[in-house]
Ligand binder design. Structure first.
Ligand code: SF4
Length: 266
């Protein structure tokens, strides 16, 4: 997951946490719009074929973690997957054991969430799970996030964390089905204790150009639903909902600039 949130990782880090930690290079979710991949491609640190192959950075696993004030976000330039679960678990235990508050951001796999809610239980009060769930339609999910879990699995993972008594939050960034946002929120909100963040797919043409032609019908369709007018309409319909928070991409259009509670400590 990139904090231009799992996957808008960089923006997400700034808006949601004081620092970020990662322990892998590459991500098997292979999202077409991935910010981390687009940066890695730009600086020739990966290729489109290499990116989905996750490489664990061993030095991150043994790094001694110290306590730092505020919220630490993990991960931001990859995700937690069955392939790197053990490594991620090790880093999370090191961070939590040092007393840090950790925002865990993921397009969640059921098997990973099952493992984490058990193995991290002693630090439950230091953890906020934020799951990225921006699309219900399975054809669209396969187009935009081909290696990531489907909607049903993500919803089930959210339920597992919620029922285990963890604080839960959802990132609807990027919102990949703006025409379906109300249905998305109706499904999610009973399982959310903390917040639901909405943001658009940023720099969509630029970040997807490695894969999608500029006239791809779904790319064109999504862009046509991210206009300022449509963003304002979504805001008007949802701004009274106390769980809903707005990412920078929406705030810029709406013209609001108030701080919002993003992590456990804010
Ligand atoms: S989950 Fe998707 S957006 Fe996030 S790091 Fe992986 S490929 Fe990139």
């Amino acid at each position: 997951m990139t904090t231009k949130s799992t996957c808008e990782a960089v923006t997400g880090t700034k808006e949601w946490a004081d620092r970020n930690v990662n322990c892998c290079r590459g991500c098997s979710h292979d999202c077409v719009y991935c910010y981390a991949r687009s940066m890695a491609l730009r600086f020739k640190r990966t290729t489109p074929l290499e990116w989905p192959k996750e490489v664990v950075l061993e030095h991150e696993l043994v790094k001694k973690r110290r306590y730092e004030r505020g919220t630490t976000m993990f991960p931001t330039t990859h995700d937690i997957t069955p392939g790197n679960l053990q490594a991620c678990e090790m880093v999370l235990k090191n961070l939590l054991g040092a007393g840090n508050k950790v925002l865990i951001v993921s397009k969640p796999h059921r098997v990973c969430v099952q493992a984490l809610i058990q193995s991290l239980a002693e630090w439950k009060g230091q953890i906020l799970f934020r799951f990225t769930i921006g699309v219900i339609d399975e054809d669209l999910r396969k187009l935009w996030e081909p290696g990531a879990p489907d909607f049903a699995e993500r919803l089930d993972s959210l339920r597992l964390a919620y029922e285990a008594g963890y604080e839960t939050s959802v990132s609807i960034e990027p919102l990949l089905e703006p025409w379906n946002v109300h249905s998305l929120i109706r499904n999610l909100r009973p399982l959310v204790t903390h917040s639901i963040w909405i943001g658009k797919a940023n720099q969509l043409r630029q970040r997807t150009s490695w894969k999608l032609p500029a006239d791809h019908p779904e790319l064109v369709r999504l862009l046509s639903w991210q206009t300022d007018d449509r963003i304002r309409e979504i805001y008007e319909n949802l701004h009274d909902d106390p769980l809903v928070k707005w990412k920078d991409s929406y705030k810029e259009v709406i013209g609001i600039d108030r701080p919002q509670k993003a992590g456990l400590d804010v």
